[in-house]
Write a protein of this length. Structure first.
Lengths: 386, 386
């Protein structure tokens, strides 16, 4: 079993870059937030990965980087984090709000004193969408006169373009997801529940090197498959139902998802029409993508093409979203996305069509290159009738 | 396969109670937050369970209850939620911050207009520890003159005492966790990695009725086992190492964890001494608990007893924490916990001892009764040498 691990040299490169960006931005200290479901910012800079408690990472203009953890994670963090400066702060505790009356903890005043030194004037926050009010308030209390600004862009811009190591981890993550996809298709039968198939998928992921699921697996059958976002349940897979599989491994912090619509038995003609239309749009989307193309153009073409082939009313959202540590990252590709695709950006091409009775999704990862995209997955791109 | 589901009558009871508490508290509307990792408040009142996006639940003094979701979760929420009033609000979107330029969404002004009517004067927030700044700001913007107060206690107090249905779901959850524990012990070998054993555990959980993991599984071997909070990795289980298993299923939203220290081969004498001391303290803790006992007394006895038997320096935190939807819930049992145990409170008796080389945890669920506690798990309470 290969042990997937980002080399120290890659972290060193990230640290140098993030300090440079903090200085350019004119902030004294950047504080980024992560939690168990959304671990990316902290993992990206420290390799630490919160569970039960939340976590933060602080980067000062002096060039210091520190991991911020809750009261119980110290031994784990000491072994796991590449950043050796660690503060234990109450506000990163579990949501059950234990008080740890006999523990001596750090606070943001100490962080600012040691990492900034002089009076803190400007604080940048990242992971703003998940930034908890208690952490925000503790920061304000420790530096009441400081200006606080949203600074997601620093880490987002760094994370958008993938390094060779990151691309390798993504490839491995997709490779493992496809092994689990094949195992799922081999194992499924009409009497099995959605959740039982999830168990088979999870076993295959961990057996083949995943460190965790890239996302909770989708095994959504029949009407459940029209949930753009959904959870598997106790329904039997049955015969003739559209069964949507989205299978995702995570490797060294990099997540993937491979999406295929499957049927036990024959697909109905309407099902087949939409499944084939989805596959057509999925392939077209990949053809439209290459470095230099404006993201909004791909999204507009996607919706126009959908109208043209008669599935306009079956579409819910744009054709792609960013991919990296989280299976859904910035940037999204929407009709108002005014950025240009660049080499080594990675996307999930995520072609979701739905109607009242079912939904279906073709999903694969791609790397943007000069002349097009390089696929990160692509097995079983066909009508799958088991 | 049994389909685990909380009956509608139970939700009706919860809705009546929460509206009564909102009125008593003198707030116009309560807004509770959940996310993928910490789903409890929303699940408790709606049965909906966020994934990728976050979610909220609003309860007004008029008696209205609404589910608040992100832009992509509508079809899922319509099928899943017991509450039929649903608002789609941008601030509950994914952390990748898609903008959904072509979607018409709701906002908090609409929520307040429809659910409160008159001018909103007092807003209560729950799930404060995970309440995201953007949701908080959107609420303030929609009701700039309203007073905003932390109101976690309303739902916490309701959730602390378990109903018969809740106890049944917890029992099922532990039953499934123990099946997976036995499967893990039967399957483990020294060449297997921690993560490969996680895969076997996950398969057993889903195969036997779990809807998800109660928490990410712990398979922590050797030095990794001294992480009070930790993540499994690529280390082989090996021979003679302490291997800490914590296995948790989730059923109808109710989570469990069964913790056992295991060794492939013979435990060393120091390992055996600490494992036996932990088991002794674990059993004693259960003996000290019954309705009417002050929580701090149990915690104080725990630390005193640890000193007495020579493991005082091996303890990190108090003897129990609340159990319910989350595997770690309020209330914790600490030396400053000034509440009294009540009938049908549920706890994880969580006896964690650690030293430099390893850590170990005996963990079982219990229900507080008049004369003691009723165990929710208890298989393999012995020295486990495979």
């Amino acid at each position: 079993m290969r042990e997937y691990r980002i080399p120290d040299s890659e972290f060193k490169r990230r640290w140098e870059k993030v300090v440079e960006e903090v200085r350019k931005k004119g902030i004294d200290i950047l504080i980024a937030q992560s939690n168990e479901a959304d671990f990316a910012n902290v993992r990206y800079l420290t390799d630490y990965w919160p569970i039960f408690e939340t976590a933060g990472v602080a980067v000062s203009k002096k060039g210091d980087i520190a991991l911020l953890i809750g009261p119980e994670s110290e031994t784990f963090a000491l072994d796991r984090s590449r950043v050796k400066k660690i503060y234990r702060i109450l506000q990163y505790r579990e949501s059950a709000e234990p008080e740890y009356p006999d523990m001596e903890l750090d606070d943001f005043s100490k962080v600012f004193r040691e990492m900034v030194g002089e009076k803190v004037r400007k604080i940048g926050l990242a992971g703003y969408q998940i930034f908890p009010v208690p952490v925000y308030e503790a920061i304000k209390e420790a530096a009441p006169e400081a200006e606080i600004i949203k600074s997601d862009d620093i880490l987002v811009n760094m994370r958008i373009i993938k390094s060779p190591v990151e691309l390798e981890m993504l490839k491995e993550s997709f490779r493992i997801s496809e092994i689990a996809l094949e195992e799922a298709i081999k194992s499924m039968n009409s009497e099995m529940t959605e959740l039982q198939l999830v168990g088979i998928i999870e076993k295959a992921l961990y057996e083949n090197g995943a460190e965790y699921e890239g996302h909770p697996q989708y095994v959504l059958s029949g009407k459940n498959s029209n949930h753009a976002i959904g959870r598997p349940g106790y329904d039997k897979l049955g015969k003739g139902k559209l069964i949507q599989l989205n299978i995702g491994a995570r490797v060294a912090g990099y997540s993937s998802s491979v999406g295929r619509p499957v049927c036990i038995g024959k697909m109905s003609s309407e099902m087949r029409r939409l499944v084939e239309a989805g596959l057509d749009m999925h392939r077209k989307t990949m053809e439209w993508m290459k470095a230099g193309v404006k993201a909004s153009e791909v999204a507009k073409k996607f919706f126009e093409y959908g109208e043209k082939i008669g599935v306009g009313k079956n579409l819910l959202y744009g054709p792609c979203h960013g991919l990296g540590m989280l299976e859904v990252e910035k940037p999204w590709m929407e009709t108002n996305s005014n950025y240009y695709l660049e080499e080594n950006m990675t996307f999930q091409v995520d072609t979701f069509l739905y109607c009242d009775e079912f939904g279906l999704r073709w999903e694969n990862g791609v790397v943007v290159k000069k002349d097009g995209v390089e696929p990160l997955s692509g097995k079983l791109m066909e009508i799958i009738e088991v």
